[in-house]
Design a binder for this molecule. Sequence first.
Ligand code: GDP
Length: 364
Amino acid sequence: GFSCGIVGLPNVGKSTLFNALTRAHVASSNYPFCTIDPNVGIVSVPDERLETLARLVDAKKVTPTTVQFVDIAGLVKGASRGEGLGNQFLSHIREVDAVVQVVRLFEDKDVIHIGEVDPIRDLEIINMELIFKDLETIENILTKKTKMAKAGNKEAQTEVELLTRIKTSLEEGELMKNLELTPEESKILASYQFLTMKPLLIVANVSEKEITSYESNPLYQKLKAKADTLKADVLALSAKIEQELSELEPEEAREYLKDLGLEKSGLERLIVEGYKLLGLITFFTAGEKETRAWTIPQGTKAPQAAGVIHSDMEKGFIRAEIVSYEDFVKHGSWTNLRDKGLVRLEGKDYEIQDGDVMIVRFSV
Ligand code: GDP
């Protein structure tokens, strides 16, 4: 599955947020793959369109799609130089597809921090650690590739030039995700798991008192300006409120949100933003037995999308019957859509669009 790693300095509210995420949604489990198991939470992606489709076809079972969040605790200043277990924690970031960085805006004298509340300092410390780690990776590759280049390997030569250029950018504090690269260069870099190459979302953990007024907090404004220079979005929430919400029954939680003057919970916004950050879109299957949301990366063609449902559907793909979500809602049923000739037949080159409702025709 696709995953977002939650990172940040100690005591900024990562675990509070992560626990709220996993409590409020499906299951959490541990990853078997590494020495220190970072916590992995699988959460369902809220999508009103799924509920609407299920209602229209009177579905017996409704299955949302999911996304993973990984709690990557333990990053501190000096992590890249191996302070504490820092280096191991940094390597966990390699395993995730996007980075959600939590910074602290809430004031609380009982919760120690490395100094005054200063989200920009926090952001810069973590980014520097990620940059140091990428520089270390580049040094290692350069050592190897320089030898190959000297021995006359043309590809290695190209790579050495590219990596040397990127090294300079990193040393100037630039994140790799913001580099302008040709498709060929992107392809070379994709084979390494650079940390600052990953999409980044900044979560501002604001004080519960400021949950509807944080935009007038100068610290928030500065953070937003800094994030703009990094081409990263900022999502504001209060981990404390999310924790409280996650302990309530759904009905009570809705009431509480309304009392706070909020339309959606921070978690709901975080999941949806995380999903977007990963470059994912949703298509649907709408049947009476089961109506379900499925996840694919943007740009996925029909047979590969069918393969997400079942590998046989990809192998034996003939064509897809496609209706847009809007058309489905407008006409209400497969029968109506067929009568009106609104079910499109699409072949193996069709690129699935967000919100497509699909039936796969395949041979076994
Ligand atoms: P982590 O080290 O980043 O995982 O931080 P934790 O989630 O463990 O939080 C550290 C401490 O800060 C805990 O005592 C939390 O209860 C507290 N905390 C987290 N978020 C908030 C918040 O939004 N407001 C307040 N007042 N305290 C918070």
